[in-house]
Design a protein. Sequence first.
Length: 660
Amino acid sequence: MEFLAGSWNKDWASFLQFWLTVILSLQMQFSPVASCPVECRCDKTFVYCNERSLTSVPLGIGEGYKVLYLHNNQIINAGFPMELHNLASVETVYLYGNQLDEFPINLPKNTRVLHLQENNIQTISRGALAQLTKLEELHLDDNSISTVGVEEGAFREALSLKLLFLTKNHLSSVPIGLPEDLKELRLDENRIAVIAEEAFQNVTRLQRLLLDGNLLTDEGIAPGTFQDLSALRELALARNSLTFPPPLLPSQSLVKLSLQENQIDQIPVAAFADLNRLEKLDISFNQLQTLTQGVFDGLSSLKHLMVRNNPWRCDCAVKWVVVWLKSLPSSINARGFVCSSPEKVRGMTIRELTLDNIECPINPDQPAWPTLRSTPPPPPTTTSVLTIISNLITTSTPYSFDSPSPPLPPIYNNPPGPLPPYEDPLQISFHVVNSTNIDVSWVSYFTVMAYKVTWVKRGQSQINEGMQERTVSGERRHISLANLEPRSIYRICVHVLDTLNSYRPGEDTICSEARTKPPPSTKPPGREQAPQDSINSTLLMAGIIGAAIFIILVTLLGIFCWHMHKKNRSSSTKWKYNRGRRKDDYCEAGTKKDNSILEMTETSFQIVALNNEQLLKGDFHIQPIYTPNGGIGFRDCHLSNNSIAYCKSSNVPSTEFCHT
């Protein structure tokens, strides 16, 4: 029993020893803890050898580590042992803050990310980079690299390089021979004054290019330098000496453009013509006082516009900017439009300006009746395009288009969506209601005190009584004109009044013409007029019948009157004068001194005195007026006392006189 027990214990101990050996072997195979240099600290896949005053890379770094920290030491170029190059597991190496004066060799062969910034590297050889075929990200910021210190085509040896940072070096030009797969290139804070046209020809996949803080001028950038960068999303040219944006910018994918802190004092209208994907534009800290109208028309995707710290002059030329800013949707952030002059508006934002704040010189040649352009501008003709291009080439700024390689950018651009209505501060529209009424509506992008609406019929003088006007408050945008003449053309104007209710002719005024409709009777008949036409036809027929009946009645009445007149004429021949007739045959006439009685019959008359005294005062001449047959048988007869009486003609028989 004791023998069996000892044998079992011995086997169990051997079994445990076997598995312990296996576990230790596996641990040594998969864990580099045992191969960590004594100068460093190792933790999982990291080797910390930083800030230890090392002059060379420690030996004994085993496989399995991925990140090697060697920064902030005193490592020199001779401090890279050969065995380091064969370390296959290391992918990231930090060597910034050392004393390297050349690009190091013998780095781990599978390094993907290499930090060499803050050294004193002056030269870069093709052989050093040829060892790093898997290098994707290279940081060489804050060194002493010059253009002559970079061997031509050195960076092209790093076949997988995608990010190259050369910030804060001594480069005077863009290195020649960049890798084709490069996506980000940082050359800011160098001494680059010239960029050759072929500098970026091979890097068509480049997405981010930073050239801030160099010595670039307008002449230093060749036309078309950036045109072939079809994948470029960000271009930074801040802190240079440009006086206008470089021509022929890449339009296919550019999203961010930085031009701040230059000497830009003008922006050609075609500078941003095709940048319909640009979302962020920064032109802050320049010398811009005004902007050419339409310069932002092509920026249909714009979201951020920074223009601060420019000496903006808020006079008449800035009116279109006010209109454009107020027409922007709320999603667009435009900052920095602050007036620097004139003095009365200094410190005010352009968006807050009103027409009372804006000073416009009075142009005597400007027409007093500006006409609203109701139709879009005509498409550019060949002559207009050539003229614009000629003007750009002959100006002092080298905004030229060298032939034949770069295509001309479109001068006129119509981005999707409506254009900002900044053609005029006012927009006017009409609705002709009928032959005597027109509704007038307008839109203003300024805050004003009041509007004056004037209207005058075409052909009438504008200053006489034919012109009518009405003043409305600044909150109103509509007015109805009544009592107009049908089928007439009226010229209608909307004037902007200031706080003193005054305006300058031809300025801040919009005019157009509208024609009133014809009278309702002149309209061609339609389906809706059928009931009215039926009523009119019925009334016309009734009028005709009534007129016929009236004519018949008048005719019958005339026949009756003619018959009665003829009958009376035949019976009147039997009349005779008789003193003894009834009293109704006499008419009394006279004055207070003449109480004579006028006796009248159809054929004669006689004056009879009422008393004998009246007969003694004078003689009376009695003459018949009408002959019995109704003819005229009398003529003027002059008496001895120069009075005129009627004398009987020779064919008129004597009339019997009555004596008292």
